[in-house]
Ligand binder design. Structure first.
Ligand code: GLU
Length: 498
């Protein structure tokens, strides 16, 4: 089995295309086949190397590795269409020689006028075939005189093209509705339908899995396989990924590019898992599966016909699952850019990384995405009693007799206590309870406000040890200074008094 993903490098990798790549990859891995990456860059105006590099980066980030491709080569290369022009040229010559191709001298303006007239008359806008009957020698003479024609493929008349789509079942097309497609443009560049057939055939692709938007190209491609004497592959057309309004997912709906989802703090394993679930179900009631498990279970037969709606809520749910499972050190490293973006400037090193990793589980347990981590952990770095007391109703509450008592006792207890870990915090809380007679919220809420500077946040027996771990960091830890619980309590009492 040989499958391919064939993106056009004209922008960022769209999640719909990433899903196409993923399904190809899953099938290849399931059957021990090869996954080929081919860059379809014949649209010179719109293709860029930056886009190609971005697509490769995003595929790698998702964990979709390829066995043959533009960067690593392979036995059926080159893998960029712009480097295969000689091949298209030679097959176009073959089609001209056999009469299955012909030169078309129609100008763009002529073709446009033809199209407008057809549309106005309610006829399908297909090529009229004006140049079909120009004799070969006449065409050669016009070329010799300086005209630059396109090459069209002569679609046989009165035929029905039938193919068995691995997802959609039997598909039929009448050739009479298909106008003769351009296979080589006047500027010498190959058209998509032609290049793709030459490439898929020469690269020995056995299964073409792509978006449903290409299904109307398939009969043209099948005719070209036939004309060139190649064996066609199996085709599978996947329903497109839709927005909530059931139109194809586009910028109008919000983020569409893999890079955007990365920038919002989704983990690659979450995006992969979620994309696999759009239009396919692993069965057995399981939805949360790592990429290798997805590959073990994947089959085209189970890919559904109906379009899948991209549901960011569900993606967030999948992401939460992977955030909870992920290694804390990895999360810490991934979170660093998000801290910097949020204005918490850091470049953690050594114990700074360990500190951040230790703090990560309490954030990861309660966010949808990594970009929400800095807010969740900001209490470590930006403690200010004034800011805490400025919150609505906080000063009144904290100046009440009971809260005042708790805070004063807390400051006193911490004055002589060692830095808090979980056990020590529990011991301090127990002692405060005895001493002040407060319990539950009346005890813990003032402690939270005084030590984290916030009315809400992670569990105190996680948050306070994290603060005190941070307070012990050396200067070269690469994170902003963390004020310890003892110092916070003292400062809070001071400000409360003033
Ligand atoms: N370059 C085409 C695209 O990005 C590939 C279509 C195909 O897989 O045949 O849509």
């Amino acid at each position: 089995m040989r499958v391919r993903f064939a993106p056009s490098p004209t922008g960022q990798l769209h999640v719909g295309n990433a899903r196409t790549a993923l399904f190809n990859w899953l099938l290849a891995r399931r059957h021990g086949g090869r996954f080929i990456l081919r860059i379809e860059d014949t649209d010179v105006e719109r293709s860029t190397r930056e886009s190609e590099a971005g697509i490769l980066r995003d595929l790698r980030w998702l964990g979709l590795d390829w066995d043959e491709g533009p960067d690593i080569g392979g036995k059926r290369g080159p893998y960029r269409q712009s480097e295969r022009l000689h091949l298209y040229e030679s097959y176009a010559r073959e089609l001209l020689a056999s009469g299955q191709g012909y030169h078309c001298f129609c100008s763009i303006a002529q073709l446009d006028a033809e199209r407008q007239a057809a549309l106005a008359a309610g006829r399908p806008a297909r090529y009229s075939g004006a140049c079909r009957t120009i004799p070969r020698d006449r065409a050669e003479a016009r070329i010799a005189a300086g005209e630059r024609p396109a090459i069209r493929f002569r679609v046989p008349e009165g035929r029905e093209i039938i193919f068995d789509d691995a997802v959609r079942g039997t598909v039929r097309f009448q050739t009479d509705v298909i106008g003769d497609p351009v296979i080589v443009r006047a500027d010498g560049t190959p058209a998509y339908n032609f290049a793709v057939v030459v490439d898929d055939a020469l690269m020995e692709v056995t299964h073409v899995i792509r978006g449903e938007d290409h299904i109307s190209n398939t009969p043209r491609q099948l005719l070209l396989y036939e004309a060139l004497g190649f064996n066609p592959p199996v085709f599978a057309h996947l329903s497109l990924v839709m927005g909530p309004d059931h139109s194809p997912l586009s910028k109008r709906h919000g983020a569409t590019a893999v890079a955007e989802f990365r920038a919002r703090g989704y983990l690659p394993e979450a995006l992969v898992n979620y994309l696999a679930l759009i239009g396919w179900s692993p069965g057995g009631g399981d939805e949360l599966l790592a990429i290798d498990d997805l590959a073990r279970r994947f089959s085209l037969e189970q890919v559904g016909l109906s379009a899948g709606v991209f549901d960011e809520e569900k993606l967030a749910w999948v992401n939460r699952h992977y955030l909870k499972m992920a290694d804390a050190r990895r999360l810490a490293e991934l979170a660093v850019p998000f801290f910097n973006q949020a204005g918490i400037v850091m470049a953690p090193a050594g114990r700074g990384v360990e500190f951040l990793a230790a703090a990560m589980p309490m954030a990861a347990a309660s966010v949808d995405r990594l970009d929400q981590v800095p807010r969740r952990l900001a209490f470590l770095f930006d403690y200010s009693p004034e800011a805490a007391l400025a919150g609505p109703g906080v000063r009144d509450e904290m100046q009440g007799a009971s809260a005042r008592g708790v805070v004063a006792a807390l400051a006193e207890a911490l004055e002589s206590a060692p830095r808090l870990d979980r056990e020590r915090f529990r011991a301090v809380a127990g002692a405060l309870k005895m001493r002040t007679g407060q319990k539950g919220r009346a005890l813990f809420h003032p402690i939270r406000v005084a030590l984290t500077g916030r009315a809400e946040g992670p569990e105190l027996d996680l948050a306070l040890p994290a603060i005190d771990l941070g307070a012990e960091l050396p200067n070269n830890a690469g994170v902003p200074p963390v004020l310890g619980c003892r110092e916070r309590a003292a400062a809070f009492v001071e400000v409360l008094r003033s």
